[in-house]
Design a protein around this ligand. Sequence first.
Ligand code: 6R9
Length: 675
Amino acid sequence: MPTKDLDLLLREGALQPPKGFFERRPPNSKPFLKNFDEYLKLYKQSIDDPEKFFSQMAIENLSWSKKFDYGRLPTNEKIFNKETCDAAAWFVGGELNACYNCVDRHALLNPNKPAIIYEADEPNEGYILTFGELLKKICQVSQILKQLGVKKGDTVAVYLPMIPEAIITLMAIVRIGAIHSVIFAGFSSASLRDRIIDANSKIVITSDESKRGGKIIETKKIVDEALKQCPAVTNVLVFKRTGNSHIPWTKGRDLWWHEEINKYIPYIPPTAVSSEDPLFLLYTSGSTGKPKGVQHNTAGYLLGALLTTKYVFDVHPDDILFTAGDVGWITGHSYVVYGPLLNGATTVVFEGTPAYPNYSRYWEIVDKYKVTQFYVAPTALRLLKRAGSKYVENYDLSSLRTLGSVGEPIAPEVWEWYNEFVGRNNAHICDTYWQTETGSHIIAPLAGITPTKAGSASFPFFGIDPVIVDPVSGEELIGNDVEGVLCVRNPWPSMARSIWNDYNRFLDTYLKPFRGYYFTGDGAARDKDGFYWILGRVDDVVNVSGHRLSTAEIESALIEHHLVAESAVVGFPDELTGSAVAAFVALKDKSLYSDDDNANDIKKQLIVTVRKEIGPFAAPKMILLVNDLPKTRSGKIMRRIMRKILAGEEDQLGDVSTLSNPDVVQHLIDVVKSN
Ligand code: 6R9
């Protein structure tokens, strides 16, 4: 929390929300909070009595079919229990339906209001879907799923591009109390297969093909490849996106969306579920090779997505939110789908890329629909900044009042560019820090309220008590001007409840490394004024273009290649993508790469292997064929040495005395230099 008063903070360089922000608010809209002092007051209440604070929020903001008995269990423990480490349960005894909260209640009030603005890959091919139309389609798809035997508590796998059907699908699944498991459509068939099997999904929903940046992706073909090893899958529902005729088809198993949907009536009632029933799984990368199915439960997640959208982005019901993220990642879940719809606002579903047909695409969309909140990862901003301001200058962006950033730290010069060229100094930049596991923003400024510093995610959201911990002693670092690993002292409604089918792994990963705290995996600093600065992952996770990759997962992909003996994957700084992946690979037969042509050919094969095993987005930028890897006497690979060499800091390798093969260091330096 800021230790100085607001005036002093501002005099010392923190920025006030710009005046234009307030002029750009919808007419007649009442601000949610008066000022920063009110945030401080509410924040204190949320920490002092989280049960009371969030119970009130849950009653005011969500629609319940049965009111809850307890705001939180256990009631008397505000912080994590050091013995059990368990997460809390929220709104216990309550019943509700996620789809009802996202769609029905707005459709009942205002059926003709736009719910989704679909901007297709090709400009001018999109359309608008109202809340009324959305509800009808959802109900029909729910009935298809019921007919296929999907019941409350079953998981349904979703492998779809960014089209309205992705939202229709998610809502149709949760309407009948089932659990969605979206697999990012950039994942390969092998990754898709593993996730379908892990979640035990029997139904897959996909499209014939996808279109992105003018290119066609053979989506159904990838699904078919995956399903060769998923005997439990009984049916595949296929949305016709391009209508090209050559897609593979398995009679009896595969069904066309457009043929099925017309068989059903436009309304079925939603199924109420308990607050703590699972809502969805979303697989994410961690320190080990096996992806984790992060499990979010219903009421707490919904409340987190709703409140952060409302307060952080200042979303009012007449706003149009454009989150340029994919529904295959958590940003898409919380801020394309749930957050905007829960608030009854309009969400933009964008199928394409920022560079197609040219670098003006985002701004053209903002101008065309008068978007009020825009949310994107810094990697896209770096790309657009590099392309040049001429692509942004000729558009009317005066509707924008909140500009969000997510996924990685935003460098001050990129922040400045965003502020000047996109916001035209009249929008509030909100750098939002959070994770798949946190469900919604945990450290972020509130638009129109919080003073900001370029590059800092500022202060915690309601109910979040961040702690900076000394990574060695595990002790909390008190006061300001401290740096360590970022933890959270107390449970909050939208935190993940488990890893699917593996609660012990959940505890071991998040709640036991620093007992009594939730461990984020990120390093962070709290500056002299109490602002939080995220310093990046302290584990073996690399953030490439906002995609979260596990180095261990890439290593296990590489080892699938028959020539590979072992490999070590590390991240290194990249101007455009934030981090990039470098793979140091030792082959079984070292003579194979004495010849340059041979070596290049092997490198290509290795890249193909990673694309096939994980997906194109995980392909290493650099492959270095080496004789050996630096290892300790106990056989642990010292990745730190490779990171330092790649960063050109070979004079700062630190202690290498534990290496069993010290000669390897010079060899690695030589290989990196000659690459
Ligand atoms: C939402 C999302 C989570 C990791 C997280 C951290 C990084 C996210 C950030 C940020 C600095 C921000 N991260 N937001 N780093 N500033 N504003 O990206 O979820 O894919 O699970 O990634 O992303 O390292 O731990 P996810």
